[in-house]
Structure formats: structure tokens, C-alpha cells
Design a protein around this ligand. Structure first.
Ligand SMILES: *Cc1c(COP(=O)(O)O)cnc(C)c1O
Length: 458
């Protein structure tokens, strides 16, 4: 009893006060990774798995190799879109095997623009998965369309192609699959459904740089592929995004739309061309492109390492009771592993709660997160449906949020959001022995689950 109370006090001190609710422990740690051969979990007062931690920092910046072009750009004074942006676009298109690439300010707007230049507008429905970052959905709403949620495949976490057809109506215009966690969605089957129903496909590949299906890069299966270069992403530029496609006409329109409606190829400042369509301004800048070109040089090598580490880690934890790692579709040849995901099954893990499991992992200095919360039931949808704009477009019945929620109920997604655990992509750039460290920490927590449960009461 006495000991239990002490442990509980320690648990609360370390985790509740220290921010049990925080989504991620500091991802940037340094020092030696010598494994502490203690059998007592850190959360119960044992030594943490790492006496000093050292997850790779993100983003990575190596002055000797990364700075030359950036400094040239900064010193040149040509900062608005010019030759370096074009060079980056060519490189990114070539890297993916796409005909064209257009950079924009961020991944969110790459989706907004791809949708509207493919004709998605007020009155249309777009099929989306519920297990994604909010930007996927707001891109649909930004075009005054309605997102229709298709539940996920519980093993791969991706939009379940078998459930798409039941959601298609006369208003459906597009399918917007997301390669979530950097693992490819089932693009072959999704494209079959799209073809059969004459739908446009826009891939949200914002987490999936260099991921592949049958050796073809994701983002190149649909009519358009959208990427993000936000700081956390596998190709980080702070902010940034790109649209890729093989459709010249569409890409010309995207250029015009994001450059105040000027004809394709118009240089910055060349106002004499006039504008051929309504547009806005979402341009990338030269110094962003210079950073992108520098980091792109490492992306392939980093992606290989993430794949090796993720597979190794998966092989070590898959047989621990209550730990069910991600599964890939059979034709996946490479993953981006923006996140390493698995399900935590409380019952099989001796009844330890996921919150207590995450706290115990963090105590071992292993950063982790429970990932997304349920997206399709968040207030932003009801708020949008209650807007004057939506009331002008849709009938009261179409905007009845209760009916909408019933139609968009996604039970598999609810189960996943309650069970998911994530590690971030930079952790997959650590050493092989660091993967062993994660696995042994999870085993240690499992072995002591009863004691942790008693101490934690969560
Ligand atoms: C990051 C992300 C986006 C948005 O990209 P930003 O560059 O942050 O605007 C869209 N979809 C998914 C799945 C993402 O992870």
C-alpha cells in the first residue's frame, strides 16, 4: 500500500504535472543511447530505457552541404518566384515520375487548388477518409462542397475501397484518398471505382513523399497529387506545397489560378500579359526552393532508412500481446513512414489503458502520441453547414447535421482513434539499436502492466 502510494505519487508528478495530455514529448533529445538494463519501468521509478536520449533532430540541416544555394539566393536579392522555384518543380516532378509540378504556399492550398481547378464546386460531394489531418476536409469545404466520409480499412488505416461505391450519389464528383501516415492507400482499386463512375481522383500525399505502389510513386495515380513541405513532413521547408499531374491543361490552369490569373509561364512582375482567368496568389519563393533542393538530396536515403527501421521495429513488437502494428497492402513497394503506427489493445495488454501506456513510454524517453481524434464529428462541420453560404447552396435536409452524422458514421475509424499509437518519422531515422530500445521498453511495460495500472489508476 505504502509503496503503491509512493509510486502513484511519482507517476502523477512525472506525468500528470509534466503534461500527460501533451501530444508529444520533446522529440529533440541528445546524448548516448546506452540501454539501461533495469527491469523496473521508468514510470515506476526504474531507470528509463535511455539514460540520455538521442532521437534525431528534425528538420536536419547540415551547413556544409545544405547552405550554398540558399546563400546564393539570399544574396542575389531575387526572392520571389524565378529560376530556383522552376528548378525545384522540375526535380520534384522528375523524382516522382510525374510530367508536371507546381509549387504553392502549403499542402492545404495544394488540395484547395487541385480541387477547384478540377471543377469541384458548390453542390458537389467529395469522398474522403475520416482518418486524416483536418486540411484534407477543409480543402473540400473551402470549395463549398460536401465531404462524404468512407470508413477505413482497420488494418491499413486507409480509405476502404470496398466501401466507396455505397457512398456515391449523383452529386459525387471526386474521390480524395489520403496516404495516411505515409502508407499508400489502395490506389489500384480506388482508380477502378473512379473510372467506373467517372470520378476525378485527387491524392492527398502530404505525408507520403516517395511512397510507392508497384514501384510507382504515390501522387501519380490520380488526376492530381498533393504534397506538403511543412516543417514536420519528410521533406521539410517550413511551409510549402506542390501539385503534380500529367495533365498539361490542368497544370497550366493551376499556375494561372495561383498567379493572379496570368497565362501559364508569366514571370513575376510581367503585368503586361494581363489575366485570362480569376485567380489568387499562392506562390512559392526562391529561398524555399533552395532549401527544398538541398534537403531533397537526402530524401531517398532517409526514406530507405525509415523503411528498414520501421520493418525491424514492427518485427520486434508484433508478437507482444496487445500490440498490433500497421499492415501494408500487398502491392506496396515502399513507404514514407511519416508516422509509425500501431494499435494498442488495452484488454490484451493486461487491461492497461492507452493513456497509461503512453505515459509509461514517455517516461522511458520514447516520444509517442495517440494520434488523430474523430474528425467527422468535430464542430467545424456543423459550423460550416450553419453558414449563410451553405444555406444558399444546399437544402435544409442536406444540411441536417444529425442526418449527416448518421450517414457519415465510421465505426472502424472510431475504434482506430481509440487504439492508435504513433511514433514520428524522425525516430525512424535513429539507429537499429534504438529500435531495439523501443521494443524492449514496450516489453518491459507489458511485463509490469499490472503494477503500472495499480499505480496509475488511468
Ligand atoms: C500536412 C498535411 C496537409 C496540409 O499540409 P500543410 O502544408 O500543413 O498545409 C494535408 N493533408 C495531410 C494528410 C497532411 O498531413
Amino acid at each position: 500500500m505504502e509503496r503503491n502510494q509512493q509510486s502513484r505519487r511519482k507517476f502523477l508528478k512525472q506525468n500528470v504535472l509534466g503534461g500527460l495530455g501533451a501530444t508529444l514529448a520533446p522529440a529533440v533529445l541528445g546524448g548516448s543511447a546506452a540501454f539501461a538494463a533495469t527491469t523496473t519501468p521508468a514510470i515506476l521509478g526504474g531507470e528509463s530505457a535511455w539514460n540520455e536520449s538521442r532521437w534525431p533532430k528534425w528538420p536536419r540541416w547540415v551547413p556544409e552541404t545544405d547552405e550554398k544555394k540558399l546563400l546564393e539566393v539570399v544574396r542575389s536579392g531575387v526572392w520571389s518566384r524565378a529560376g530556383v522555384v522552376t528548378e525545384f518543380e522540375k526535380e520534384w516532378a522528375q523524382t516522382l515520375g510525374a510530367k508536371r509540378c507546381l509549387t504553392v504556399v502549403n499542402g492545404t492550398n495544394s488540395l484547395v487548388v487541385a480541387l477547384n481547378q478540377l471543377g469541384i464546386q458548390a453542390g458537389d460531394e467529395v469522398i474522403v477518409p475520416p482518418y486524416t489531418f483536418i486540411a484534407t476536409i477543409t480543402a473540400v469545404l473551402s470549395n463549398n462542397a460536401i465531404p462524404v466520409f468512407v470508413d477505413i480499412d482497420p488494418l491499413t488505416y486507409q480509405m476502404d475501397p470496398a466501401k466507396i461505391e455505397a457512398k456515391i450519389t449523383s452529386r459525387t464528383k471526386a474521390i480524395l484518398p489520403v496516404h495516411i501516415l505515409g502508407m499508400p492507400a489502395d490506389m489500384k482499386r480506388i482508380m477502378q471505382v473512379a473510372k467506373k463512375h467517372n470520378l476525378v481522383v485527387i491524392e492527398d500525399a502530404c505525408q507520403a513523399h516517395l511512397a510507392e505502389i508497384s514501384n510507382q510513386k504515390v501522387g501519380t495515380f490520380g488526376h492530381a497529387g498533393c504534397f506538403s513541405f511543412q516543417n514536420s513532413k519528410n521533406l521539410p521547408i517550413g511551409e510549402g506545397g506542390a501539385i503534380v499531374s500529367n495533365d498539361d491543361k490542368f497544370m497550366d490552369k493551376c499556375f494561372s489560378y495561383t498567379n493572379l490569373g496570368t497565362p501559364y509561364g508569366t514571370a513575376v512582375g510581367a503585368i503586361s500579359t494581363g489575366s485570362i482567368m480569376q485567380g489568387t496568389k499562392l506562390r512559392f519563393s526562391e529561398y524555399q526552393a533552395a532549401i527544398g533542393l538541398a534537403l531533397l538530396k537526402r530524401l531517398d536515403e532517409e526514406t530507405t532508412l525509415r523503411n528498414q527501421n520501421a520493418e525491424y521495429l514492427k518485427s520486434m513488437i508484433k508478437d507482444i500481446p496487445g500490440i498490433v502494428p500497421y499492415k501494408l497492402y500487398d502491392d506496396v513497394t515502399r513507404c514514407a513512414f511519416h508516422l509509425f503506427g500501431f494499435r494498442f489493445k488495452e484488454k490484451e495488454f493486461k487491461g492497461l489503458s492507452r493513456a497509461a501506456f503512453l505515459a509509461a513510454l514517455r517516461a522511458e524517453t520514447i516520444p509517442c502520441s495517440s494520434g488523430y481524434v474523430s474528425l467527422n464529428t468535430q464542430p467545424f462541420l456543423a459550423e460550416t453547414f450553419a453558414s449563410d453560404t451553405y444555406k444558399k447552396i444546399y437544402s435544409a435536409k442536406e444540411l441536417d447535421i444529425k442526418l449527416y452524422n448518421e450517414r457519415n458514421h465510421c465505426p472502424e475509424n472510431l475504434s482506430l482513434v481509440n487504439e492508435a499509437v504513433w511514433f514520428t518519422q524522425n525516430m525512424m531515422l535513429a539507429r537499429r539499436e534504438d529500435m531495439e530500445m523501443i521494443a524492449s521498453a514496450i516489453k518491459k511495460i507489458y511485463d509490469n502492466a499490472d503494477k503500472i495500472k495499480a499505480a496509475a489508476k488511468i
